[in-house]
Design a protein around this ligand. Structure first.
Ligand SMILES: [Fe+2]
Length: 232
């Protein structure tokens, strides 16, 4: 199976930090990250993903490390399951962006999507991103909004987002408590380098999120098999 391909400019997922490499390379080939790893690495201080830049071009995409769930086919369960989220167990929150964490509910290796409960501290922000597929969200706690829309989500607010939606998630500064939202995301999403005419920053889907969660679980001495039970 050929490796999936991905792009070129550099971005830290979920933050406004971007940087561009000013190399003059004309050909696309593997590049190692600053952290001693390969092209796709985890930023040491925050767990955010970084994808390297090559030159001024923004396509084509360079290869990801992981393009599968890593399970043998005879270990991949297709049956029903339940996942119990525990908002009060700090260790189970996977760091995602500054002031933003998630607890995974499902990694959908059929659609490439995923479901998570997101936690965001008041004032925290998730950088602008574009959704390839639909998103459904249900707000459990706190208040938040997208900068691109005029509504404010409160506990009980359901949101449907069509494919092609691009938005910047912000937890309200005056939210009375940390925001908790359940999101069911179909397909991948693309972080942009800036709101207007932004280029490719980074890519996220059920596979990349699984990789991120596995790494965190190992670091936190949590049982990775709990994640594998969420793969469908
Ligand atoms: Fe989104």
């Amino acid at each position: 199976m050929a490796a999936r391909k991905v792009v070129v400019s550099t971005k830290v997922i979920g933050s406004a930090q971007t940087e561009h490499q000013s190399t003059r390379q004309q050909t696309w080939r593997p590049e190692r990250c600053d952290h001693g790893g390969d092209r796709r690495c985890l930023r040491r201080d925050s767990g955010h993903q970084i994808i390297r830049s090559q030159g001024e071009r923004q396509m084509p995409i360079t290869a990801f490390n992981s393009f599968a769930d890593g399970l043998d086919s005879n270990r991949r369960n297709r049956g029903h399951f339940i996942a119990n989220i525990n908002p009060d167990d700090d260790r189970r929150w996977v760091p995602y962006a500054e002031g933003v964490w998630l607890q995974p509910c499902c990694f959908n290796v059929t659609s490439g999507g995923f479901s998570v409960v997101l936690k965001a501290l008041p004032g925290a922000k998730l950088g602008i991103h574009y959704h390839v597929g639909t998103v459904r969200g249900y707000t459990m706690r706190g208040q938040w909004r997208y900068l691109e829309h005029d509504w404010i989500a409160k506990p009980g607010t359901f949101i449907y987002e069509p494919a092609g939606e691009a938005h910047t998630l912000v937890a309200s500064d005056d939210s009375p408590e940390p925001v908790l939202v359940f999101f069911a995301v179909e397909g991948g999403l693309i972080y942009l380098t800036k709101a207007a005419d932004g280029g490719f920053g980074a890519y996220e889907d059920g596979f990349t999120l699984l990789e991120l969660c596995r790494k965190y679980y190992r670091q936190a001495d949590l049982d990775v098999r709990e994640l594998e039970a969420l793969i469908r």
